[in-house]
Design a binder for this molecule. Structure first.
Ligand code: SAH
Length: 233
């Protein structure tokens, strides 16, 4: 397998390397699968190759961390499937370096970590307090100092001055979270799993791009996400 560029910097992530199913080889096999399944952005693939996904799941599930599957993280929530994380990051990037990204639904913090390697600054919001605490610990262990994680309802109003060049919503919306679009710079885009009208079970990755004159919408891959919910827990 070709040697990918190393995005982990001087954060000393080698100390997380396990053996067997949690080894760098297992992660490289996952990346090879992502390539086969149509992920082409080399920067995204390098980020997926760098972040140790196994530290974001319970120890009893660590041996499955590099399977292309979502896994439970407690509280009825899941860490997203690697392909979905890669695809959303690729769609958010559009081949360009990201300055700032807003993520709604930090969950385990895994997608946050991937975003932190491809963006200068990441803001992430999670409604479940216990998950915020866990994700914060993992992001700190990884020395990802360019991430701000907050406990709150991401579909409610945010700091109105926040302007980002991408928003990644990692929970399924039944209606477009329009309030969030205010935070997009012109040329920026929101990636959101959006349910088909009247059918919350059928979601598709949807990209909304802010143009100089309005918004452009594109409907892409079918996906399955836990629901975007109001309020905090
Ligand atoms: N990106 C996560 C995926 C977690 S699943 C990961 O890689 O692990 C989706 C997460 O969205 C859940 O943790 C859920 O609690 C959270 N969520 C749902 N609605 C939300 C809202 N309105 N604001 C913030 N977080 C929300």
């Amino acid at each position: 397998m070709q040697k990918d560029k190393d995005l982990s910097g001087d954060r000393d992530w080698d100390r997380f390397n396990g053996i067997g199913m949690t080894s760098p080889r297992a992660r490289a096999r996952m990346v090879a699968q992502l390539r086969e399944k149509g992920i082409h952005d080399e920067t995204v693939l390098a980020a997926m190759n760098a972040v140790p996904r196994h530290i974001f799941v319970e120890e009893s599930l660590a041996s499955r961390a590099y399977d292309n599957t979502p896994l439970p993280i407690g509280y009825n929530q899941t860490i997203s499937q690697p392909w979905v994380v890669a695809r959303m990051t690729e769609l958010a990037r559009q081949g360009k370096k990201l300055r700032s990204v807003l993520e709604i639904g930090s969950g385990s913090g895994y997608q946050t970590a991937v975003l932190a390697l491809v963006a200068d600054r990441v803001y992430t919001v999670e409604r479940i307090g216990v998950l915020v605490a866990k994700a914060r610990r993992h992001l700190r262990d990884l020395k990802l100092t360019n991430v701000a994680i907050k406990h709150g309802d991401g579909s409610a109003t945010m700091d109105e001055l926040l302007q980002v060049d991408a928003i990644v919503v990692t929970a399924g919306a039944t209606a477009l979270p329009e309030a969030l679009l205010e935070h997009l710079e012109i040329g920026g885009r929101m990636v959101v799993p959006l349910a088909e009208e009247g059918n919350p079970e059928r979601q598709r990755l949807t990209v909304i791009e802010r143009t100089a004159t309005g918004f452009k919408e594109e409907t892409l891959d079918p996906v399955r996400f836990v629901p975007l919910l109001p309020g905090t827990a």
